[in-house]
Design a protein around this ligand. Structure first.
Ligand SMILES: [Zn+2]
Length: 364
């Protein structure tokens, strides 16, 4: 069944491995060279063509919209904690002077929606997936932020914009639709993106960075036409594309760890994420607060040594279940990043900034 992988539980790892193992740079180089010199057209094994070490943070903010693909009513209460998470993360960013890209679901810009029609948003053509009974907007509560605070969030958008350290607001689509599913038509994705842009424009924002819901990439040309400059992708090497079944899985396991680098997709820059910050992961629970915090920092230090990209990403819900561990590790990571930035060994960029720097550095 098409799209079946999206029907897994909310906490499934379908969107990528934890990437928590640390390999030595030497290991990466010896394995990587034979395979990567021809494939890695954009970057280099060490670093990103002279851009130095980069620290990028991108955050998926979706709340209840992140569970719409399950197609049935769910308990919204866990998502209520995400407001505390946003406040805490913004506080740490302000304290340490760290900028991030917040990929916000467009519907969260709204304070309310409604109507008595069949759909609360009849002007937006929804995707029609064979695996979803009913309409994509069937679960939309058609209320207000006061009644349904996990379906609307203009206060969150305002809080991000008011952070004393400038933050980028990017898009995570309007309604968290699955763009890479073969049943998501170009028209449906274009309608969703246009709706996301409309609410952002009304708020005085020009969206440049896109994060695909469930990291499911599709219809990139729609984003290009709409004026986006970049999107996020996984760090998996390009040669796995097209290889399905066992060969693809084996190659995925034994793949060389070249330093991840942006690459070009038409006029767009695709930016790999390199580390899922998940304080509730099996690894984090096993290691405990202090050791897991050190592990996260070791990934940043690895990128600094290799002058490569450390792109930390997470959903706000990843931090909601263990906020103490999340706060401690993020505070220590941002403190380390600030010291390295001040020492001139690291640069902190938003996705939009990284895309611009990279395009200037690597001509088409
Ligand atoms: Zn709505």
């Amino acid at each position: 069944m098409a799209g079946q992988n999206f029907m897994k539980g909310r906490r499934s790892r379908a969107h990528g491995a934890d990437n928590e193992e640390v390999r030595s740079p030497a290991h990466a180089v010896t394995l990587a060279r034979p395979h990567f010199t021809s494939l890695c057209v954009a970057g280099t094994l060490h670093g990103m063509t002279g851009m130095g070490a980069q620290f990028v943070v991108s955050i998926d903010l979706e709340m209840s919209w992140g569970a719409v693909h399950h197609g049935k009513p769910h308990d919204d209460r866990p998502y209520l904690r995400e407001r505390e998470v946003v406040e805490d993360v913004l506080g740490l960013m302000a304290n340490h002077g760290i900028s991030a890209t917040w990929a916000v679901v467009g519907h969260l810009f709204l304070a309310s929606c409604g109507g008595e029609g069949i759909s609360p948003h009849p002007e937006i053509e929804p995707p029609r997936y064979g695996w979803l009974d009913g309409d994509w907007y069937d679960l939309d509560p058609r209320g207000t932020v006061a009644d349904n605070p996990t379906w609307y969030g203009p206060d969150l958008v305002a809080a991000i914009r008011q952070c004393s350290t400038p933050q980028e607001i990017g898009s995570h689509s309007f309604a968290h639709i699955i763009a890479g599913d073969p049943e998501c038509s170009r028209e449906a994705f274009a309608a969703d993106v246009a709706a996301a842009q409309a609410v952002a424009t009304a708020a005085g924002l020009d969206l440049k960075s896109f994060v695909y819901p469930r990291n499911s990439i599709g219809h990139v040309d729609v984003l290009e036409d709409a004026g986006f400059t970049n999107y996020r992708r996984s760090a998996s090497p390009p040669f796995r594309a097209g290889l399905s079944g066992l060969p693809g899985r084996i190659l995925h396991k034994v793949r060389p760890r070249a330093a991840p680098s942006p690459s070009r997709h038409g006029s767009m820059v695709s930016i790999p994420h390199t580390y899922l910050f998940d304080p509730d992961s099996k690894n984090a629970r096993r290691l405990g607060d202090a050791a897991w915090s050190r592990l996260v920092q070791s990934r940043l230090l690895h990128a600094i040594r290799n002058e490569s990209l450390f792109h930390l990403w997470f959903h706000t819900h990843n931090l909601a279940t263990n906020q103490d561990r999340a706060h401690r590790a993020m505070d220590e990571l941002f403190g380390l990043a600030r010291r390295e930035i001040d020492a001139g060994r690291l640069r902190n960029s938003t996705m939009e900034e990284l895309a611009e720097q990279w395009k200037a550095q690597v001509p088409a």
